[in-house]
Structure formats: C-alpha cells, structure tokens
Design a protein around this ligand. Structure first.
Ligand SMILES: [Zn+2]
Length: 268
C-alpha cells in the first residue's frame, strides 16, 4: 500500500509525506519538500506518531524557502536524515546548507530500495533546477509535480496511470489577471517558468489519467489570492466530471489525507 498526506501546501510552505509498505512488514517514509519550520514539521510528524528518525529521506522539488525552510538543513543534520537529490540540485542544496555528507545523488532515476523506483523529471520554474517525482512501488505509482510553468511531456509519460497524483493547481487566470498585482509578477506567475493554472492542471490530469483513473488526485499550491475552490470545482465538473469523486484540495496550513492506493493490510 502507498499512503500520501500533505502537511502544508501553498506559497507560505509546502511539505508532504509518502509512506510505502514494504513486503517485510516495514514502512519507508519520504518527505517531499520541507518548507515549514522544523517545529511545525515535528508537530505534524508527532500527530502521526512519527519522529525525524522515522524518515527514510527528504526529496526537495527545489530550494525556494517555501519548499525548504531556512532552519530545515540544521534539523536534517541533527537527525541524520538523507536528502535525495537530482545531480543538478547539488549547488542550490549546498547554498541553503544541506549537509554534504547527507546528500544522496542520482541522475534522474534511482532504486530507493529493491521494491521502489524513483524517477524525476526537471520542470520549468524560475531559474531553479526544479524536479517532479514519480515513485513506483510494488505495482503502485505515485506522482507529484509542484511549481512548474508548464508540464513537460516527459512527466506526462512517466506519471501516466498514477494511482495517487499530487499536482499543482496554482491559479485561476481570470483571478490572477484581476488581482491588482504588478504586471511583471502576473507575467512571471502565468509564464512558462511560473506556476500551473487550473486549466493547465486539468489538461495534465486528463493525459495522465487517460487509461486509468487515480484513486486520489490532490491539488497542491493553490494561490490564496488568485484561486478559489469554486473555480476549480466548476472547471472539473465541466472537464473531468468522472474524477470529481477522487479530487482533493490540499489545505494551506493543516495535514490532509491519508490518500491511499493498494490493498489494505489484511485484517485478522
Ligand atoms: Zn512554491
């Protein structure tokens, strides 16, 4: 079984947790982004009866402060939590202070274990090396993409058929255009290296789910000012009504989930 939870989502902080049941009865746990304070993250983990030592690794999409909080590197060092990085992320990881001895590199694919394969795809976001993720584990697939101006074909291909799909649905173009923000900022957000609009998100989900509907679709990183759940719901009702039942919107400041796929552990 795979179990996904969002702990925080949006421009004030992003973090989510993926738990993978191993065949030997153990559980591997990966944190995707860690853009909230160590104290908040500690509390989120404690609510799940977990601590930092229960984390198998951290996978940052990129190193904006809302994805790796200023004080997180120290905490990772204190608890010896490995940070799993695509080679191109090395420089920025070093700049924010991720301990070099805890960096684990790959070139786009990595066997996280004998049962788990990671693939990353670079996505266009500002000047960063920003990665989207696909994790395949015991016949199940998890995909996550956040902070991207458009969705590269490579991601659509590797994420196809995802059982749990977490993807950015940042803004409604009309709300963004009428937000009163300066033109350069609007252009940056809506541009090819900015953030995904609700429409772009829907198109990506349509392609990824074409042959197989996900168990859960979790929308990430909604803009507080330039988006609204109603705008999303209306769009999905029109474009992807058959997926509405599996649609969830990650809240900004609280944990959401569990979103699961796979067989429940047998009851006896
Ligand atoms: Zn962000």
């Amino acid at each position: 079984m795979i179990t996904f939870r969002t702990l925080a989502s949006g421009s004030s902080g992003n973090a989510s947790l993926l738990e993978l049941d191993r065949s030997d009865g153990g559980v591997d746990r990966y944190l995707f982004d860690a853009g909230i304070s160590p104290r908040r993250l500690t509390n989120c983990l404690a609510d799940l009866h977990l601590g930092w030592r229960d984390l198998t690794g951290v996978l940052p999409s990129h190193f904006d402060r809302d994805h790796v909080h200023l004080n997180i590197p120290k905490t990772l060092a204190a608890h010896q939590v490995p940070t799993i990085l695509e080679r191109g992320q090395q420089k920025e990881a070093g700049q924010v202070g991720i301990p070099g001895n805890l960096m684990r590199f790959h070139e786009g694919t990595l066997d996280l274990s004998s049962e788990t394969k990671l693939q990353t795809v670079r996505v266009p976001h500002d000047e960063h090396v920003c990665c989207a993720f696909v994790v395949e584990h015991r016949g199940l697939k998890f995909a996550l993409a956040t902070d991207l101006g458009n969705v590269p074909k490579a991601f659509l291909t590797v994420a196809e058929g995802a059982d749990v799909l977490a993807i950015e649905s940042n803004h409604c173009p009309e709300l963004l255009a009428s937000s009163g923000r300066p033109a350069f900022l609007i252009d940056r957000i809506a541009g090819s290296h900015g953030h995904l609009s609700n429409q772009q998100c829907v198109e990506a989900v349509q392609t990824i789910s074409n042959n197989r509907s996900p168990n859960a679709i979790v929308l990430l990183h909604l803009s507080a000012e330039c988006n609204h759940p109603h705008a999303i719901e209306n769009l999905w009702r029109e474009r992807l009504p058959h997926l509405l039942a599996s649609l969830h919107i990650a809240p900004r400041n609280e944990t959401a989930g569990p979103f699961r796929a796979g067989r429940e552990a047998s009851l006896f």
